[in-house]
Design a protein around this ligand. Structure first.
Ligand code: M6R
Length: 626
């Protein structure tokens, strides 16, 4: 939510900043803006509502002067509508300080009133602008010196409440950009140009600078960072005590964050799923076939002591949690509750030392999930994160982490992030079963072998997607599409509906197929498309047969039935208007294959309707506000 870029180095700053913003645009696209500090000792800035392309047009007409220090922002609006005036950067009244911000400053109203009482006139409706005025005042109050700008930022941060990443440049600081973070993401990139000149980058995530360096520094909570042309990188806490940022090397490169010939990032990311699953499974097996999850920094005794599991997440990651419940309970016999993070946090859940809370987040920055994690830790529960983004806040604050190695996911709609989250949940479930002695090593090894067959099966599904795309084109005019599933296919139905809503803006709902007769069946009208995800015929207690009956029930009421079923499942044939086949897969693992056609379907429908598949309206990739 909001993309932030900062640069200090020998290169032309505007180009570096705009390139970073292009890679971060998935974080928000309500407006974009840049500010540079020019050699004459002034700031120059430009900003425009709408996508980055709008700002680029403005800059083409009125170029900014050359500079080697710059900051840039792409916005997901919170306070103040998505207008030119509310676009970042925000300038202090004297125009000497420019600030960009991600997050929400909760006490901005009081601070704004204080500024106004001093005669400051505000030129936007944002919470952010207050930080620009406060920073200018704090800077003016401090004596000259090398630490003046960073100290001014610390003074401001001590006055702010809420969540913020702030990045600022000052007309009187020719070599320095300062930034701060509390509850919102910020990473530092450290690189050098071909002639060995050092350069420093700031970004909401590493995509901001991946074209220049893979060397990153992770910042902690409540820290201020200064990047300076000669003094390099300095990190302190808000009181000024020095802090050491953690260094890491990003394990993917700029090419991984390009479209690579696909029309949409989402299509590329769907196609990458076999590899992403394989990478997530890589290196998890010991020499005797047992699971080895070294990153899970919980002792065997701690894992044996667990008597209850909560899975907490948002959106698509929550659906991965719902799937995890079936598998983890079945394999470990530990009770599992699954809850959306925004509800879990505020309802006083019963947690203690023997509770394991699994938080799932692709970005590692989702604020609802982060707050749930903190609440769980306050209650002394153990927290295990399943996360894709290395160095992000959620894994850093968790007791343990299992990374999904999906690589960068740029499209707002999660695809490979989702499938790898499911796979990581399976690994956790099997690992718990192994450590607690509920499954023998050879049983675990057999199931891991099943997991290892998943990349091939997903690849098989992907090869057969042309009829699904054709079907998508024929459904593009639909007003409502319903999704049904039962057992482990129920969360898949929810995910299919979410994908369609967020991409194609079509009313879509997912239901547990058994619930249909308790009300939702009234929605079925002549021709209503109903997508049914059919569990394997080998699923428990004839749930398959019951779903076949559900297909008949909706068809008898006029539904156009689109059925996703295993190869060889002939029971569905008489009642399906369209059949999408998936390979035979063990029941609990089937969501990994049955989800794929739903992703393709949503993507095709949205594309046919002429929508931006990668950046759907009103959304942002990583939701860093509560
Ligand atoms: O980064 P996270 O996994 O924590 O994100 C959670 C949700 O915001 C995310 O899955 C969202 O629902 C996606 N846009 C769905 O495609």
């Amino acid at each position: 939510m909001c993309g932030i870029v900062g640069y200090v180095g020998p290169q032309e700053a505007l180009g570096v900043v705009l390139e970073g913003l292009r890679r971060l645009e998935y974080r928000g696209y309500d407006s974009a803006g840049v500010a540079v500090r020019v050699d004459s000792g002034e700031l120059a800035s430009a900003k425009k509502a709408g996508k980055l392309a709008n700002l680029e047009k403005v800059l083409a007409d009125e170029p900014l002067p050359p500079s080697t220090i710059g900051i840039g922002h792409t916005r997901w609006a919170t306070h103040g509508g998505p207008t030119d005036r509310n676009a970042h950067p925000h300038l202090s009244a004297d125009g000497r300080v420019a600030v960009i911000h991600n997050g929400i400053i909760e006490n901005f109203a009081g601070l704004r009133a204080q500024c106004e009482a001093r005669g400051v006139e505000f030129s936007s409706d944002t919470d952010t602008e207050v930080a620009a005025h406060l920073l200018a005042a704090a800077y003016d109050d401090l004596p000259a010196g090398p630490d003046r700008f960073a100290e001014a930022m610390r003074v401001v941060c001590r006055a702010l409440e809420g969540a913020f990443t702030l990045v600022a440049t000052h007309a009187d600081e020719p070599d320095t950009v300062v930034a701060a973070r509390r509850n919102s993401p910020l990473v530092v990139g450290v690189g050098e140009t071909a002639d060995g000149t050092p350069e420093y980058f700031l970004g909401s995530d590493v995509a901001a600078f991946i074209a220049h360096t893979r060397e990153a520094r992770e910042l902690g909570q409540d820290q201020v960072v200064e990047i300076d042309r000669t003094r390099g990188l300095t990190v302190t806490d808000f009181s000024g005590a020095p802090a050491e940022p953690k260094a890491y090397t990003v394990d993917w490169d700029a090419a991984a964050a390009e479209k690579g010939g696909y029309d949409w990032f989402m299509l590329k990311e769907i196609a990458e799923q076999p590899q992403a699953i394989a990478d997530t499974l890589l290196g998890r097996l010991g020499e005797h076939g047992e699971l080895v999850l070294d990153e899970v920094r919980l002792s065997d005794q701690e894992l044996r002591d667990i008597d209850k599991i909560f899975v907490v997440a948002c959106g698509t990651a929550y659906h991965a949690g719902l799937i995890a419940k079936y598998a983890i309970e079945h394999w470990t016999r530990i009770p599992v509750e699954v809850e959306v993070a925004s509800e879990f946090r505020y309802r006083d859940p019963v947690l203690d030392r023997s509770t394991l809370v699994i938080v799932i987040s692709q970005s590692g920055e989702t604020m609802d999930t982060l707050m749930a994690l903190r609440h769980a830790k306050e209650q002394k529960a153990r927290v295990l994160a399943i996360c894709n983004a290395n160095g992000s806040t959620i894994p850093r604050e968790s007791d343990a982490v299992l990374y999904t190695h999906a690589g960068p996911e740029v499209a707002v709609a999660s695809t490979k992030g989702f499938l790898t989250q499911i796979v990581a949940c399976y690994l956790v479930g099997l690992f718990l079963a192994q450590v607690r002695g509920i499954k023998y090593e050879d049983e675990v090894a057999a199931m891991v072998a099943d997991l290892q067959s998943l990349p091939g099966k997903v690849a098989e599904v992907l090869e057969q997607m042309e009829p699904v795309r054709e079907l998508g084109r024929s459904l593009a005019g639909a007003d409502t599409i319903l999704f049904l599933g039962r057992h482990v296919a129920y969360p898949v139905a929810l995910e299919g509906a979410l994908k369609l809503k967020e991409l194609a803006y079509i009313h879509a709902e997912g239901f547990a197929a058994g619930e249909l007769k308790h009300g939702p069946i009234a929605l079925i009208d002549q021709g209503t498309p109903v997508v049914v995800v059919v569990p394997s015929p080998r699923a428990r207690e004839s749930v398959h047969g019951k779903v076949v009956s559900n297909i008949q029930e909706v068809r008898a009421r006029g539904a156009r039935t689109i059925v996703i079923a295993e190869e060889g499942d002939d029971d569905v044939v008489p009642y399906a208007d369209h059949i999408i086949r998936v390979p035979r897969t063990p029941t609990l693992l089937a969501p990994v294959v049955t989800t794929v056609p739903l992703q393709v379907l949503a993507c095709e429908i949205a594309d046919t309707r002429g929508y931006d598949v990668d950046q759907p309206r009103n959304l942002a990739k990583s939701v860093t506000v509560e």
